[in-house]
Design a protein. Structure first.
Length: 86
């Protein structure tokens, strides 16, 4: 969800208290699971699949860091069998 707001990996790491390497790993894993080549397509696929709801995540600052979930973990990862909509 932070990637969807336009934050870069380093900014996401700082916001969530994670290492840069962890954030890049989470996003790479999410791209692999969704079978997309870049973060823009990852965000689009996550919204279309219903894993991200942009309107629901606009007020992330009201939550403490402990309650926040790393981007890739917050996505419900769906794999689509070949030929089923993806």
């Amino acid at each position: 969800m932070l990637a969807g707001r336009g934050l870069k990996d380093l900014a996401i790491a700082g916001e969530l208290g994670l290492s840069y390497k962890t954030v890049t790993h989470y996003l790479a894993d999410a791209r692999k699971r969704y079978r997309v080549p870049n973060r823009e397509q990852l965000i689009i696929r996550a919204v279309v699949d219903g894993a991200l709801h942009p309107a629901r995540h606009r007020s992330m600052r009201k939550y403490s860091r402990i309650e926040r979930i790393p981007p890739a973990c917050s996505l419900r990862m769906h794999t689509h069998p070949a030929g089923e909509g993806a």
